[in-house]
Design a protein around this ligand. Structure first.
Ligand SMILES: [Zn+2]
Length: 68
């Protein structure tokens, strides 16, 4: 795994559309918010870096708890 700019396709937790996110893993673990291009809802993204296994995990969840 190389740290740096990553591009991933994720599924929007609100509408299910596939949306592409770009982020930088060189700063380690981080959370950020992106807006779905289809439904314009905020998507919470969290990046976990597993240095031991040289893997990156991306967690996606709905930014607005009250959506449910
Ligand atoms: Zn959406």
């Amino acid at each position: 795994m190389k740290l740096g700019n990553q591009i991933h396709d994720i599924n929007c937790p609100h509408c299910g559309a596939t949306t592409r996110v770009a982020f930088d893993t060189s700063g380690g673990e981080e959370s950020f918010i992106d807006d779905c291009v289809v439904c314009c809802n905020a998507i919470n993204l969290r990046v976990d870096i597993d240095e031991q296994h040289q893997q990156m995990r991306l967690f996606v969840d709905a930014g607005d708890e009250q959506y449910y």
